[in-house]
Write a protein that binds this ligand. Structure first.
Ligand code: NAD
Ligand code: ZN
Length: 341
């Protein structure tokens, strides 16, 4: 089968013929239809410090996908040939305290599809049935292909109640934009979104931000004034990974404010802990999605009309992947889809 392989420990990806995966007794074999390119894939492509210490070479990469079930191992029930599915890319151990308690997203022994084990940028993928998510009939396939990052957005956005609250989202990348759609749907009052990329701030406006702020020219204090906030933002969603964005967020939260942190900083970040203490802030780290509460919420949100499609800006065939990665690198994109059919 065709697959995008990290073949060499140097920048780039290689389109190659590799053997089809053989599903084990508990696995489902999926014929990939479409995949999304994640920032993680870009790190792997660029072969940065994180990728060098994380990715075993060679490896088929990719973890955002939708496809159809073609086969299942003898222990698998509940899936049928032709089912339209995506997958939770965090494969958990199954025997730790958290896995046993049904809190699989807290498993300390998670293996990542397309990061630690073969991924979805391929014509076929085999993963454990316990990681396969069956879509409701009629779902748009591009939307289904990005359920993984949509799940990051839903998990982060619903970490704290936002009904009637004023929400600050730092970073209007694909995940920040989808989180914006979710907090709007969850009836936040005002939603301010920041970025340093005008293209993405335009998308934020299109997706319903009350204010889209370019922090190169305006401060969050300006934003508070314009919105008429008296005490600061109630809920913060950090989705940029940028240290200054996080520091600015901390300084602009209301007392008792709550922050969910998804963005991954490149290295250690120093903050003024006095602000956290004296303003009595809560900071919650977010990794992945809740298995499977988040997935239920995602399906329900889409089925009841939440539209995340504006975040998808580019579509390419799998053999045009270089173009897909180039547009991701340029920053002039939202989500980029690769079509495998
Ligand atoms: P992305 O890189 O496309 O988006 C980040 C955005 O932040 C960009 O648009 C960038 O211009 C913007 N930004 C940069 N500096 C800023 C500043 N000072 N203020 C405000 N915005 C600024 O990434 P994404 O795919 O949307 O993911 C968002 C973040 O979440 C990334 O850091 C990513 O690594 C991380 N992530 C975390 C998890 C997890 O499980 N914790 C999962 C996926 C992604
Ligand atoms: Zn576990």
């Amino acid at each position: 089968m065709k697959a995008l392989v990290k073949r060499h420990a140097t920048p780039g990806l290689w389109l190659e013929d590799v053997p089809e995966p053989e599903p084990g007794p508990n696995d489902v074999l999926i014929r990939i239809d479409r995949t999304g390119i994640c920032g993680t894939d870009l790190h792997i492509y660029n072969w940065d410090a994180w990728a060098q210490k994380t990715i075993p070479v060679p490896l088929v990469i990719g973890h955002e996908f939708v496809g159809e079930v073609v086969a299942a191992g003898p222990n698998v029930g509940g899936f049928h040939r032709g089912d339209l599915v995506s997958g939770e890319g965090h494969i958990t151990c199954g025997y730790c305290r958290h896995c046993l308690a049904g809190q699989r997203h807290l498993c300390p022994r998670t293996q990542g599809v397309g990061v630690n084990r073969p991924g979805a940028f391929a014509e076929y993928l085999s993963i454990p049935a316990s990681n396969v998510w069956k879509h409701a009939p009629g779902i748009d396939r591009d939307v289904a292909a990005i359920f993984d990052p949509f799940g990051n957005a839903v998990h982060t956005a619903l970490s704290f109640p936002v009904l009637g609250e004023d929400v600050l989202i730092t970073g209007a990348g694909p995940i920040g934009l989808m989180a914006l759609a979710v907090v709007r749907r969850a009836s936040a009052r005002y939603i301010a979104v920041t970025d340093v990329n005008p293209h993405r701030l335009e998308l934020a406006k299109k997706m319903g931000a009350t204010l889209a702020i370019d922090v190169r020219s305006r401060t969050l204090a300006d934003a508070q004034k314009e919105l008429g906030l008296l005490e600061g933002f109630d809920v913060g969603l950090e989705m940029s990974g940028n240290p200054q964005a996080f520091r600015d967020m901390l300084a602009n939260m209301a007392h008792g404010g709550r922050i969910a942190m998804l963005g991954i900083p490149e290295k250690e970040v120093a903050i003024d802990w006095n602000t956290v203490i004296f303003n009595m802030l809560t900071i919650k780290g977010i990794y992945g999605r809740e298995m499977y509460e988040t997935w239920y919420k995602m399906s329900e949100l889409i089925q009841t009309g939440l539209d995340i499609s504006p975040v998808i800006t580019h579509r390419f065939r799998f053999d045009e992947f270089e173009q897909g990665f180039a547009v991701m690198k340029s920053g002039l994109s939202g989500k980029v889809i690769l079509n495998w059919r």
